[in-house]
Design a protein around this ligand. Structure first.
Ligand SMILES: [Zn+2]
Length: 459
């Protein structure tokens, strides 16, 4: 048997984000194969065998890789549109364009989204893809291929919509699926791509889009399908006041009560946004272990409101962070969401006690891992966990004079990523992707964005 190869990283500050928030002002990490073997203060122990690489990380902060729990990769091709609209008007403005997506467009958009996240320290990402126009090709396969090629750990949240315009929904009718087609295609995607192993690089979740674009029947049957297959459930929930009103008018109850009535609360469920929640909604999430993907930039961009993150955390609800689609968060980066989560929540009723910088880092790492049901594998730097980690450069003009490296990461300018590892494999070096050509991706995504705009303009 071939001996496992070791990589030693030394002389960096380390924020482990373990249960005790253990930190080292100057420490070391030993990676063995695709796992973290050991870490601690000072230099690595002498006498380690099969060390293939030693990294002097002086001037850096090591953290767990960031976990992005909510995104829509396809939106990379429709950034900077409908910039002054709330959610419903923004959706109505964009759906006709999204309905023209095809496989080359979705593949290019996925590569753009993944590249942007990866070079900013994301090591695990979710794509909630719910637009499957008839005859558009194998969109799920295209996204999964892009994530594999980039080397990012990935969950495809296979979405669906069946409430088109003729049923009082927002999307054009040709961009929605029937219940039967959506469920069959989702089941096929799970059977083909979902990997249950401890170190899985690809997982699949069942993810109908939202209460206002999906019928009650599809919500219900999606939950049954996911539980039968043993995969997680994801959707949008309680995002805006308009959605809350829609739920009361159509279902005679608020979003959380509606979710409960359709089997959509549980520890195998995570939901994006959860902005408009009352105390009893939060208690229901806590009681059932339902997770939340907090997306502060998108919530601000679409004027959705401020999610009650301090109250969710106090109640024990698992909370992670999400970029959300880049049509409502053009930067496409997650490390800025650490900062925005803290700032946005401090504008709420808890003011300066809303979130600490360490809580913000925890949301973006361990919190995200919990929300995805993967806290045993990723989300903190601990022996035995998978080697998903980031070295942030802290000794340049932007950060060198900030006393606390975690405060520098969360409150300072976006820190350059010197190295990012996923499953022990380095995917970023010196701020650049090692697994793809960024300039080529920029050209390809621009060409596909223009193609999409041209096709949509013919309608
Ligand atoms: Zn979203």
């Amino acid at each position: 048997m071939e001996a496992v190869q070791r990589i030693v990283i030394e002389n960096c500050a380390i924020a482990t984000v373990d249960a005790k928030d253990t930190e080292y002002a100057s420490g070391h990490l030993v990676l063995a194969g695709h796992r973290i073997e050991s870490l601690g203060a000072g230099r690595a122990p002498e006498g380690l065998e099969n060390v293939v690489r030693r990294i002097d990380a002086t001037g850096h902060l090591a953290t767990p890789g960031l976990v992005n729990t909510h995104h829509h990769f396809y939106q990379w091709l429709t950034r900077g549109l409908a910039t002054d609209q709330n959610l419903f008007h923004w959706l109505v403005a964009l759906y006709p364009t999204w309905a023209r997506l095809d496989e080359p467009m979705v593949h290019a958009a996925a590569r753009g989204s993944l590249a942007m996240m990866a070079r900013g320290g994301v090591t695990t990402a979710v794509d909630h893809h719910y637009v499957f126009p008839r005859g558009s090709g194998d969109l799920s396969g295209a996204v999964i291929r892009a994530a594999r090629d980039m080397g990012v750990r990935f969950t495809l949240a296979r979405g669906s919509m069946d409430r088109g315009e003729k049923d009082g929904g927002l999307p054009p009718d040709f961009a929605v699926e029937t219940i039967e087609d959506a469920l069959a295609a989702t089941e096929e995607t799970v059977r083909q791509h979902h990997d249950t192993s401890f170190d899985a690089m690809t997982r699949v979740a069942v993810a109908p889009c939202s209460p206002f674009s999906v019928s009650t029947e599809l919500m219900r049957q999606s939950a049954e399908l996911a539980r039968g297959l043993g995969v997680r459930l994801h959707t949008h929930g309680s995002e805006t006041v308009e959605e809350e009103k829609f739920c009361h008018e159509l279902f005679g109850r608020g979003p959380t009560d509606y979710f409960e009535s359709t089997g959509w609360l549980g520890e195998d469920v995570w939901m994006a946004h959860c902005v408009h929640m009352n105390d009893s909604d939060i208690a229901a999430f806590a009681r059932t272990g339902t997770g939340v993907a907090h997306c502060p930039s998108s919530n601000a961009r679409l004027a959705a409101g401020i999610a009650r993150v301090p109250d969710l955390l106090a109640a024990g609800v698992p909370v992670g962070l999400g970029v959300d689609g880049t049509a409502s968060n053009e930067s496409g980066e997650l490390h800025t969401e650490l900062r925005n989560a803290l700032l946005v929540n401090r504008l709420g009723p808890h003011r300066e006690t809303a979130l600490t910088v360490r809580q913000a880092l925890r949301l973006g790492t361990h919190g995200g891992a919990r929300v995805l049901g993967r806290a045993a594998e990723i989300g903190s730097l601990e022996p035995g966990k998978l080697a998903d980690l980031v070295l942030w450069r802290m000794d340049t003009l932007a950060h060198a004079s900030i006393a606390d490296p975690v405060a520098a990461l969360v409150l300072g300018a976006p820190a350059p990523v010197t190295a990012s590892f996923v499953n022990g494999r380095q995917i970023v070096e010196g701020g650049r992707l090692r697994t793809a050509d960024e300039d080529e991706i920029a050209r390809t995504t621009r060409a596909q964005a223009r193609r999409l705009a041209a096709i949509a303009a013919q309608d």
